[in-house]
Design a protein around this ligand. Structure first.
Ligand SMILES: NCc1[nH]cc(CCC(=O)O)c1CC(=O)O
Length: 425
């Protein structure tokens, strides 16, 4: 009997699949459901995860009309632990581990994740196989319905108003810019958080959510304002707004499958972001904010950055580091680990020659929990390969450390230990 029967998986019956979960039971494949072209897709069972997986399914079906796909959904430890503070778990594969085991056991062929919930260090036999085109990576402010129209931004909220968010990254950055506000945990999936906000009895005047999640659920009409660096707002989480597909290393069948649906620009941007985070050894719950943006190589991004300069000079001015590629010898082992991720699947077919020469800007920060200390960097680099994307993230991390990021993160490590002990009590 198929192991799928043993696993706490729910096999979807609504996705036009005609093969039951027991597909591996000994029955000969018919011509229309050839087992060799059946792919088993794993997902968490939350509504958001299901919508995301359906988006990937649509891409796959369009690219491979005669292939057959089955969706298997399950609850993970993260889904089952809404009450326990997320930072207590650090970043220990809370949302991914159970699904990964099924991937390793070949009960699944690929797993669809919100990239921001995917640990930067994956099990050795698994890898990030593909990243599809990114949605809006920003965070958004959602105001309580009875306050809509009255307040349009965080700055307008009265002194002492409570803003709901459970993310240290969001809280720390917002404390920095909006010391008049109070911050409180709000847990659960997006629908739950919105209903907590909407309850007139609740303490929240507003909550912060990712734009991408709201948009995928068709709830972006709830957005009061977008929070981006440009409006004194904040930097988003590493990988936010993108979907990542995790696969077994060396699975050529799946590599070929995914080669048609990846987005190379998104892949390079998020590889740089993940390399930054991995180098700083921060998990999803530490206050590292980031923003990446592709810009034309010619043309000047920022008026302060010297009109008429050669791109290399502009780069140097912005970052203080030379554009030349760092030699492999000078890389630390953590960076070499980081580089491993660049061996992800997929082809570069979605980048034409001109776009290959475009440059990636990365703005990144590490902020203390109370918002009082910050290390910030903005850097820009031409990127002709995924390896360079990885190097770029590492370079930016190095610059952040030079500006005190390691000291801030050390301080947080200490705080988290104290927080953990209080929770235990
Ligand atoms: N932390 C939970 C989470 N993981 C992914 C998303 C949706 C946005 C995305 O895919 O990046 C959300 C909701 C949120 O942060 O508001």
């Amino acid at each position: 009997m198929s192991g799928l029967q043993d696993a706490p998986l729910v096999t979807d019956t609504t996705t036009e699949t005609s093969v039951p979960a027991s597909h591996t039971a000994p029955h000969p494949p018919s011509s229309s459901q050839d087992v060799s072209t059946t792919f088993h897709i794993g997902t968490r069972s939350s509504i958001l995860a299901r919508v995301q997986t359906d988006q990937i399914l649509t891409l796959l079906r369009t690219a491979w009309p005669s292939h057959h796909f089955e969706i298997h959904s399950m609850k993970t430890a993260g889904d089952n632990n809404q009450i326990t503070a997320l930072y207590k778990f650090n970043d220990k594969a809370l949302w991914t581990q159970e699904l990964e085991v099924l991937l390793q056991e070949k009960k699944l062929d690929l797993i669809v994740h919100s990239l921001k919930d995917m640990p930067t260090q994956l099990p050795v036999d698994l890898e990030l196989g593909c990243v599809t085109k990114r949605g809006d990576a920003r965070d958004a402010l959602v105001i309580k319905p009875n306050l809509v129209g009255k307040y349009r931004s965080l700055a307008e909220l009265p002194e002492g108003s409570v803003v709901g968010t459970s993310s240290l990254r969001r809280t720390a950055q917002l404390k920095r810019h909006h010391p008049h506000l109070r911050f409180a945990d709000v847990r659960g999936n997006i629908g739950t958080r919105l209903s907590k906000l909407d309850n007139p009895e609740s303490e929240y005047s507003a909550i912060i959510l990712a734009v991408a999640g709201l948009a995928r659920l068709g709830m972006d009409s709830r957005i009061t304002t977008y929070l981006s660096k440009a409006d004194g707002g904040m930097l988003h989480a590493v990988g936010q707004g993108a979907l990542g597909i995790e696969v077994r290393k060396g699975d050529s069948r799946v590599t070929e499958l995914l080669s048609k649906i990846g987005c190379e620009r998104t892949t390079r941007a998020v590889l740089a972001e993940r390399s930054l985070m991995r180098t700083l050894e921060g998990g999803c719950s530490v206050p590292i904010g980031v923003e990446t943006e592709w810009v034309k190589r010619k043309g000047v991004l920022n008026p302060e950055v010297g009109v008429g300069m050669k791109p290399a000079e502009q780069y140097h001015k912005l970052t203080g580091v030379a554009t030349s590629t760092i030699s492999a010898d000078s890389l630390t082992s953590s960076h070499q680990k980081a580089a491993a991720e660049t061996h992800a699947n997929g082809t570069n077919t979605d980048l034409n020659e001109g776009e290959m020469t475009d440059e990636l800007i990365m703005r990144a920060l590490v902020v203390s929990l109370d918002g009082s200390e910050v290390a910030e960097v903005e850097a820009r680099r031409r990127m002709t390969s995924r390896e360079e994307a990885d190097e770029f993230g590492w370079e930016v991390a190095k610059q952040l450390v030079a500006k005190g990021a390691d000291r801030i993160l050390d301080g947080i490590g200490l705080n988290r230990k104290i927080i953990g002990e209080q929770n235990e009590a």
